[in-house]
Structures are given as C-alpha cells and as structure tokens.
Design a protein around this ligand. Structure first.
Ligand SMILES: [Cu+2]
Length: 290
C-alpha cells in the first residue's frame, strides 16, 4: 500500500474513533462537571454544596490562570527591551490572599454545617406516603429516628456480588417476611432508612442520584436514608473494589406509588412463603424416600 494511502486510512480510523468516543461520552459522564439530577432531598443538598465549592474554585482558577497568562504575554522578554525589574515579595498582596482564602474556607464550613443536619437526619414521610407499622425499632447510632411513624426501614446487605434487601418488620401486614435481591422496591413520598452492612468483604452502597455513598462493612452498620418523590428507577453500583466480579455488582432502587408498593410487597411475600413451603415439602419427601 502506498504510504500516502496508508496515512489517510490511519487518519480516517482515528477520526472515526474520536467521533465514537464523543458519541459515547455523555452516557459515561452523566453530569460531566456537576451531579446528575438528584431524586432525594439529601442528594440535592449535597449537590448544592458541591456546586458552590465548584463555582468558587472555578472563579479562583480562572482569575489565577488568567493573571499568569496575561503577565507571561505582556511582560515577556523582548530583544533590546529593558531589564526585568527584580521584585521580592508584596506584603499587602500576600496578606490579602491569605485572609481571602481563610474567609472562603470559613464561609464554606459555615454553609456546610448549616446543611449537614438536613443531610444526615431523615425527615418525616409525607402524608401521601406509605404508612409503615408503628413502633418500628431503629438501630440508631448517629442517625436520629425520623419524626412520626411511617418511615420504612430496610436492611441492606452487600455480598460478593449482589445486594440483598430485607424489610424487617416495618410492613403493615403485607407480608410476614420480605426480602429481595438486586432491586430494592420502595414507596414514593416515604422516608426510607437504610441499615447498611456486608457479610463478606467491604462493599459500598451508592445510588448516585439518591445521596452520598455509604460503606458496607462486615460487623458494622452504616446508616443513611432517602425520600423519593418521583416514581422511577434509580441505578447504582457497588463503589468499593470487592473482588473480581465487582463490576457486576449492580443495584437499583425502583420507586413506585404506595399502593403499588403494597401490592408488590404482598406478592413478593407470598412468593417467598410459597417457596419456603415448597422447600419444606421437598425436604419431607426426601426424608420419606430415604
Ligand atoms: Cu461490592
């Protein structure tokens, strides 16, 4: 092949690869610089704090880099030009940017503390949410109990390589025993508190549009919460390298209206019961035939 043709083919291939990358990029990046749209108030608060810090950082970056580039160009050495002036320090400027940085830091700290309570403390469920059974026991350590009844408590257990969700005793008679794998079904407008742990190695619970990450550590329970208004599917992924199939450890939260949740819980509970009864019968038959 003549070299000219070969190089034009290479150019074509590279251009094609670049275009493909550009097409695929948005899906991989989500919100490139900011968070994806958040589905729970704690996520919205975290996203707000992040954006404020991002904007301040961006302004400072542009001012500093702009000043550097401006000075590099304007005061560059010219042949036959004057010798550069030798300057050692500038006290007012140095005090200025030290105090300025401290003011920004204190401002960000105060703002963060103002929002911290709303991020860590679960709110009450809305009146149109699912009303869970009263007298639910919360294994609280740092996280206060949500005000009023009606919050739904779910135990999240990470294991290589899936998530198990148990709904311990907070259901109102829909099911005796309820659990699911991979997909957590929750009612909308309802505060859902999560007790997160793991049974083998360290995992990390993370649904990016439902607030921050929470480590899932064997022998320790981490708590977080969310409250979803919009029905829909919120996808996530284990965020702690936990073994060779870590990438397959997906999770999703499906938020449905409370009525639909009740129906799901009843069906899932009945399926679990039927499976247990079936298993019991199999065992009995096994014993009989021995
Ligand atoms: Cu994992």
């Amino acid at each position: 092949m003549p070299p000219a043709l070969r190089s034009s083919r290479t150019t074509l291939a590279l251009t094609g690869a670049l275009l493909l990358l550009l097409v695929a990029a948005p899906a991989a990046f989500g919100g490139i610089f900011t968070f994806d749209e958040q589905g729970s108030q704690n996520g919205k608060d975290i996203s707000f704090l992040y954006n404020i810090t991002l904007i301040i950082g961006l302004v400072i970056f542009l001012v500093v880099e702009g000043a550097i580039i401006y000075c590099l160009v304007k005061y560059r050495a010219r042949r036959g030009g004057p010798d550069a002036e030798q300057i050692r320090g500038n006290t007012p400027l140095e005090i200025g940017w030290t105090v300025g940085a401290a003011v920004i830091l204190v401002g960000l700290t105060v703002l963060t503390f103002l929002y911290l309570g709303d991020i860590t403390d679960p709110p009450a469920s809305s009146a149109n949410g699912y009303q869970a059974a009263e007298g639910v026991q919360f294994a609280t350590r740092d996280q206060p109990k949500p005000p009023g009844n009606g919050a739904l408590e779910i135990d999240v257990n990470g294991q290589q390589y899936m998530w198990r969700f148990d709904y311990p005793g907070s259901l109102k008679g829909e099911a005796e025993r309820l659990y699911s794998f991979y997909e957590m079904v929750v009612p909308t407008n309802t505060t859902v508190t999560l007790n997160i742990t793991a049974s083998d190695v360290i995992h990390s619970w993370w649904i990016p549009t439902l607030g921050g990450k929470a480590d899932a550590t064997p022998g320790y329970t981490n708590e977080t919460w969310f409250k979803i208004e919009k029905p829909g599917i919120y996808k996530g992924q284990c965020a702690e390298l936990c073994g060779e199939n870590h990438a397959d450890m997906l999770a999703r939260v499906r938020a449905v209206p409370p009525d639909e949740f009740r129906a799901w819980a009843a069906k899932q509970g009945a399926d679990i019961k039927a499976a247990q009864v079936g298993l019991g019968l199999q065992r009995l038959q096994g014993v009989g035939s021995e």
